[in-house]
Design a protein around this ligand. Structure first.
Ligand SMILES: Cc1cc2nc3c(=O)[nH]c(=O)nc-3n(C[C@H](O)[C@H](O)[C@H](O)COP(=O)(O)OP(=O)(O)OC[C@H]3O[C@@H](n4cnc5c(N)ncnc54)[C@H](O)[C@@H]3O)c2cc1C
Length: 469
């Protein structure tokens, strides 16, 4: 698409900002930056351990992609056997609260499927969770810079409606999704895949007035692919999926827009993704309204932002590999477990590749046709692998080069492929719980000094069902 609407940087030109005094907030034990699924759980966990905690978020509400981008499918807490609980703790508390408020349902009657969540009730649940734990909240606030003294981060600079302010704390947790804190500290990161291409952002949206027997989404994909899109002359690049919103029968969340070749941590690209996302949405709505049962569909929500799947990941003390995820490797310092497959959306065209723990690879093309193979090189009819879950070690949350900073959520230390499995909501929340607990245990010491046996015991005491090694 012709981009003549984002400003350009003047090549080679910089200015020196004059030094000025910055007001400082009261001191905190733990500062959590970014209030998405990871940040909410990090702040709650640290505060429940008795620490004085601040949580900073750029939107006016918590939840990150779960609320600001209305990504409302959360994956199961069960292992691959569909019986053993491998995820719990705060994830369990949050889902139970949503279910109690009729703001979540399981896609399978026996409760073994994915959870569909109401993103707006989630905002209230997240507020209550952090406030009940005693967390101090600063909303509508951007993290803009950091100050380090050797390997210790001393200060985070934030942009607020009152201007620039400073936060000082003993421990900092980067939950920005994009590793903003680590990038501002000048540390090296991994951006996207080996070619620095990131999984594409997608704009989710809500429609109502959809007939109960409307043409299913998996049957409309071919028609969407039949001719190029009107706004840019290219073929539809997305994999259209959606959910029926809790407590409704005519309202859907649709994840139907994908913007290609975007680095969401680049200001111009991020702006382009929003504008192009809305253009694609208009094209898609027109197409959908021509399908049986979709004729009266009404657009009821374009969320606060496009959904971001991937940008920078920290270079950690340990980078989790694809092989370790697929083979369910357990580490001595495992702090979270998961089952979500490696799920890579093509950064520059249609299609998705899934690699499952049972040994299967499923490549879905633009027309939604699946090609099955095995990543473990076994014959197709060989027995499926019986791996229960994969795991992530605490070391993957410790950025190399900083002794009092942890990362949680989609920006932890993982290779591109493995991050494709770790990035989903239930895992981000668990990583938050782990980081918050560890930061609380570290007190004024280095995060690397945290005894990982004690950390694991503490997480187990918090109802995180870690496999005992
Ligand atoms: C379209 C799409 C579909 C997806 N589908 C699923 C799915 O079906 N199931 C699933 O579980 N997961 C899904 N995911 C993945 C999941 O939503 C994210 O990976 C997850 O939200 C990561 O959580 P996080 O807390 O690490 O980051 P985020 O949710 O991105 O939260 C980061 C938070 O930090 C804030 N922030 C960022 N930078 C700053 C800054 N500089 N200053 C202050 N605040 C800042 C943001 O506003 C945000 O609230 C999907 C993602 C997308 C985009």
């Amino acid at each position: 698409m012709q981009n003549n609407f984002t400003p350009q940087l003047v090549s080679g030109r910089t200015i020196t900002q004059p030094a000025k005094q910055v007001k400082v907030l009261e001191r905190f034990d733990v500062a959590v930056l970014g209030g998405g699924p990871a940040g909410v759980c990090a702040a709650t966990a640290a505060a429940r351990m008795g620490r004085k905690v601040i949580l900073v978020e750029r939107h006016g509400f918590l939840g990150g992609m779960a609320t600001a981008a209305i990504v409302n499918i959360w994956h199961t807490m069960l292992g691959m056997d569909k019986q053993t609980k491998v995820i719990g703790g705060l994830v369990d508390e949050i889902i139970s609260t949503l279910v109690d408020q009729a703001a979540a349902y399981n896609q399978k009657e026996d409760g073994t499927g994915q959870w569909v969540i109401d993103p707006h009730v989630s905002k209230l649940v997240f507020d209550n969770l952090v406030l009940d734990a005693g967390v101090k909240l600063l909303l509508h606030t951007w993290v803009s810079d950091v100050i380090c003294d050797g390997d210790r981060m001393t200060t985070v600079l934030i942009e607020t409606k009152s201007g620039r302010l400073a936060i000082e704390a003993d421990q900092f947790i980067d939950c920005t999704g994009d590793a903003d804190l680590i990038c501002r500290a000048g540390l090296q990161t991994q951006l996207g895949n080996a070619q620095h291409q990131c999984q594409p952002p997608s704009l989710c949206f809500r429609v109502d007035n959809v007939d109960k027997d409307a043409k299913p989404l998996h049957e409309v994909q071919d028609e969407l692919f039949a001719e190029p899109m009107d706004y840019n002359g290219e073929y539809y690049p997305c994999f259209l999926w959606g959910t029926v919103m809790p407590q409704t029968d005519d309202e859907r969340m649709l994840a139907g827009v994908r913007v290609l070749n975007i680095n969401a941590s680049d200001a111009m690209d991020f702006s382009r993704s929003e504008v192009e996302g809305r253009m694609q949405l208009q094209w898609l709505m027109n197409k959908l309204r021509g399908m049986p049962g979709w004729g009266k569909a009404r657009l009821v929500e374009i969320p606060a932002q496009i959904g971001i799947r991937e940008s920078h990941r920290i270079l950690a003390e340990y980078q989790v590999s694809r092989q370790e995820i697929l083979t369910g490797h357990q580490f001595a310092d495992t702090v979270i477990q998961g089952t979500y497959p490696i799920d890579i959306h093509n950064p520059s065209g249609p299609g998705i590749t899934f690699e499952h723990l049972d040994g299967m690879t499923n490549v879905v093309d633009g027309k939604r046709r699946s090609t099955l193979s095995r990543w473990d090189d076994q014959p197709m009819d060989a027995p499926k692998r019986d791996t229960l879950c994969w795991s992530v070690p605490f070391r993957s949350q410790i950025p190399k080069g900083l002794s009092n900073v942890l990362a949680a959520g989609r920006c932890i230390g993982a290779e591109h492929d493995s991050a494709g499995a770790i990035r989903v909501m239930v895992n981000a929340m668990q990583l938050g719980q782990s980081a918050g607990t560890a930061a609380a245990m570290a007190q004024t010491n280095s995060t690397a000094s945290v005894d990982t046996h004690k950390l694991r015991s503490e997480l187990i005491a918090q109802n995180v069902p870690l496999i005992r090694l």
